[in-house]
Design a binder for this molecule. Structure first.
Ligand code: SF4
Length: 149
């Protein structure tokens, strides 16, 4: 899995200071995508050592968000579980319309599901097809409406 770039963000995951990792080689190619540079396989290989250096550089982050990685979501699971072991929360932004049935949920605190459909808009649009969930022991809790306030 390759990380094209990263940023510290405050809105992608509500109430968290998030290290967002933009994973390249996105398979979805949504029309109107604002990040089409992520369609090509570019960037650094995401290893625990690489990620540990970033976490050490930004110790104040509370969450790591994996933005993409849909070609190898079992690797996304492994990264999320590793991040949990470092004491940080995790989020996955996936362009899948539905979560894979065999996805292991225990490493995730938040998940955003859904491709970008230009006519419906992103998470900040009330007409969006995308959903943002809190992962709880009881299942997924839809908190998409937090983005509309
Ligand atoms: S999933 Fe995201 S990065 Fe991939 S094409 Fe769609 S909008 Fe772009």
């Amino acid at each position: 899995m390759l990380v094209a770039d990263y940023d510290i963000v405050f809105q992608e995951v509500p109430d968290e200071t998030t290290l967002a990792l933009n994973i390249s080689d996105c398979p979805h190619h949504c029309p109107g995508c604002h990040s089409s540079y992520l369609w090509q396989p570019v960037g650094d290989v995401l290893t625990p050592e690489w990620l540990q250096r970033l976490i050490d550089r930004y110790p104040y982050i509370t969450c790591v968000s994996i933005q993409g990685g849909d070609r190898d979501y079992h690797e996304v699971e492994r990264v999320a579980q590793w991040v949990h072991m470092q004491g940080k929360k995790t989020c996955w932004y996936t362009g899948f319309a539905k979560l894979p049935e065999d996805l292991q949920m225990q490493g995730f605190d938040y998940i955003k599901v859904g491709p970008y459909i230009e006519a419906l808009g992103g998470l900040k649009s009330k007409t969006t097809n995308q959903r943002f969930y809190r992962v709880t022991p009881e299942g997924l809790r839809d908190m998409t409406d937090v983005f509309w306030k």
